[in-house]
Write a protein that binds this ligand. Structure first.
Ligand code: PLP
Length: 412
């Protein structure tokens, strides 16, 4: 019997994804083949171990799938070794720390307040609890990574590992320079490229290869695959990384997700995906121009990638939390986000983070994002009135009616 109660909620979520303008920078819409593989019979299979070295019988076909995912990922980024088993980005990062460090070792990562991720040393996260994390960040003037300060910190702290990568940083990250500084000081250099993995694949952000010793990423953000993580590394770290993922951090791999990862890497190797990456950045530039034209202050004065941090506190005197609610009410989905040197508590925040990957997948072009910027301004720069809300809802619908996604899917 089909569980009507659960499917009814999923149907409502499908309709939300169809009718809203999705601006959460870490989200995307996967292809139907990726959804199909995620819901495939591979969900039934236990396959602890690695291709050719499993602890269970009957693994010949899942071996094919995992080897395909590994080979495609290596081809996509030109790396020496790939482990495609981490269940998430955070678990990929944990496995790297577990492989390379001893509890209490010093690590330098980007501060969460300046755009880093929880798994880069937040005191409440496994990373911050287990290792001695120190933080680098952005300059108060430019709101871009302060590489002089970074260098000084590497030289004085002498970390065993340096972590680059961010969740809310809108400018290019100079991996080559950071790798040189880390290596000159005897540290290993790891890049967590979760947010920009798709842009690296399309050539729209400089690659962390060959500079980084280890690279992690999620597969579900700009890379547009299933929810999950992967680790790429130089051959010399392969054994330690494999051991840290299984049996170190995880038991059985999610083979259905690994199949979907293989399809995702296949898609990312196509010329269409390169076009998609270019369009994400063109759309972000159009949104940047539109928001600036409307008078918004943008952190770091704009973007080079797929996301923009908007200082709504300085621009319209409201918190990020309120801005998120006001946009939710007109079917625009974004998230409140702290900005560098934020005076507000993280729960309120002074900014919102907006990104273009999801709506670019749906087919939005520059002119659509120019209109999105104007609708955001109309809603946030004015008093909260029903007339404005209705006008915004009408204009959002005009935009979302132009594109369609998951047309033939029906859960109930
Ligand atoms: N690393 C970065 C830079 C991220 O932005 C994120 C998620 O937002 C992660 C890691 C964690 O990924 P997950 O949510 O899959 O654990």
């Amino acid at each position: 019997m089909r569980d009507q109660e659960v499917f009814a909620s999923v149907e409502r979520e499908l309709n939300r994804q169809r009718s809203n303008i999705e601006l959460i920078a870490s989200e995307n819409f996967v292809s139907e083949q990726i959804m199909e593989l995620t819901g495939s019979v591979l969900t039934n299979k236990y396959a602890e171990g690695y291709p050719g070295r499993r602890y269970y019988g009957g693994c010949q076909f899942v071996d094919e799938v995992e080897s395909l995912a590994q080979e495609r990922l290596k081809e996509l980024y030109g790396c020496e070794y790939a482990n495609v088993q981490p269940h998430s980005g955070s678990q990929a990062n944990s496995a790297v720390y577990f492989a390379l460090l001893q509890p209490g070792d010093k690590v330098l990562g980007m501060s969460l307040a300046d755009g880093g991720h929880l798994s880069h040393g937040h005191p409440l996260n496994y990373s911050g609890v287990t290792f001695e994390f120190h933080a680098y960040g952005v300059s108060p003037e430019t709101e871009m990574i302060d590489y002089d300060d970074f260098k000084e910190k590497v030289e004085t702290i002498k970390p065993k590992l340096v972590v680059a990568g961010a969740s809310a940083y809108s400018r290019v990250i100079n991996f080559e320079l950071m790798a040189k500084i880390a290596h000159d000081n005897g540290a290993l250099f790891m890049v967590d490229m979760a947010h920009i993995a798709g842009l690296v694949a399309s050539g729209d952000h400089p690659s962390p290869f060959p500079h980084a010793d280890i690279v992690t990423t999620t597969t579900h953000k700009t890379l547009r695959g299933p929810r999950g993580g992967v680790i790429m590394c130089k051959e010399k770290f392969a054994k330690d990384i494999d051991r840290a993922v299984f049996p170190g951090m995880q038991g059985g791999p999610l083979m259905h997700v690994i199949a979907a990862k293989a399809a995702c890497f296949g898609e990312a190797l196509t010329p269409e995906f390169k076009e998609y990456g270019h369009q994400i950045v063109k759309n972000a530039k159009a949104l940047e121009a539109s928001l600036k034209e409307e008078g918004f202050r943008l952190v770091a004065d704009g973007t080079d990638n797929h996301l923009i941090l908007v200082d709504v506190k300085a621009s319209c005197g409201i918190s990020g939390k309120k801005a998120q609610r006001l946009l939710d009410e007109i079917n625009i989905t974004a998230n409140k986000n702290a900005i560098p040197f934020d005076q507000e508590k993280p729960y309120l925040a002074s900014g919102i983070r907006v990104g273009t990957p999801a709506m670019t997948t749906k087919g939005f072009k520059e002119e659509d994002f120019t209109e999105v910027g104007k609708i955001i301004a109309l809603r946030l720069m004015n008093d909260e009135t029903d007339e404005i809300k209705e006008e915004c809802l009408r204009r959002v619908k005009a935009l979302t009616d132009k594109v369609s996604m998951y047309k033939d899917i029906k859960y109930i």
